[in-house]
Design a protein. Structure first.
Length: 255
């Protein structure tokens, strides 16, 4: 993915303040979802405690965006010394964003927009602004279909083009980290950058081999395995998808 200029995402979302709390005030244990309900969300129930890293889709997930110039990353929720930090804005000049998968006290476990795929870390809630994202995206590579879901309700279902056999689309749990209208080049009328990376290409088009869901003008390729790892959609379809998938939206890519 080519480097991008800093542009407002153009997708509105509701900001939810997350207060710091000590361990005694941590969200109650139990429940397997790391998503909070889309309504009545506040600092006392955002997000609920998860069991392991298993995510059960429910209406409403939690996104997080850096509030300052960097975010410290911790290996464990109880660590006092960070492993390292990520800068904000990113190397692309975009806001540093995450999706939240767990919480312990004032620490959040988040997916990271870095290699290797599946990387996670714990961050301080005080270093980010959190907000609810309503839906998630599931991409099935075998039938080359994308579905945007609100819980069990399918809001949008559409055929897509996926990675070719030599440059396959990676499987895993990711999230939307950039939403950009009219990104230029061959990326169509909208691009949803996904915090996942090609397992074959370490660089592409001046970028770092990161994948995206983006528009495509030649609709004859839809339903085929022809891309360099990205997910291609007709421009009219991704323009419908973009408002359903703000930054922080979970993206599952499966065989």
């Amino acid at each position: 993915m080519a480097a991008l200029a800093l542009v407002a995402c153009g997708v509105a979302f509701g900001v939810v303040a997350m207060d710091q709390r000590d361990d005694a005030e941590a969200a109650p244990a139990g429940g397997t979802a790391v998503a909070a309900a889309a309504t009545d969300v506040g600092a006392t129930n955002l997000p609920p405690k998860a069991i392991g890293q298993v995510r059960v889709p429910e209406p409403g997930y939690i996104g997080a965006q850096a509030a300052g110039g960097e975010v410290d990353l911790f290996a464990e929720a109880t660590d006092t010394t960070p492993m390292w930090s990520l800068p904000n804005p990113t190397h692309e000049g975009m806001p540093l964003s995450f999706t939240v998968i767990d919480r312990v006290g004032a620490r959040l476990q988040v997916r990271l927009p870095i290699r290797p795929n599946g990387s996670t870390a714990w961050i301080d809630a005080s270093q980010v602004v959190t907000y609810v994202v309503p839906n998630d995206i599931v991409i099935d590579l075998s039938d080359r279909m994308l579905r945007a879901k609100h819980g069990d309700e399918v809001l949008l279902s559409a055929p897509v083009a996926v990675g070719s056999p030599s440059t396959p689309t990676p499987e895993g749990e990711f999230y939307v980290d950039i939403s950009l209208a009219n990104p230029g080049g061959s990326y169509g009328s909208w691009m949803l950058s996904v915090a996942g990376f090609s397992n074959v290409l370490t660089n592409f088009g001046g970028g770092i081999g990161q994948i995206a869901i983006h528009g495509w003008s030649d609709e004859s390729v839809i339903g085929q395995a022809v891309s360099n790892g990205c997910i291609r959609m007709p421009n009219g379809v991704i323009e419908r998808l973009a408002p359903l998938a703000p930054v922080g939206t979970p993206v599952t890519i499966r065989a």
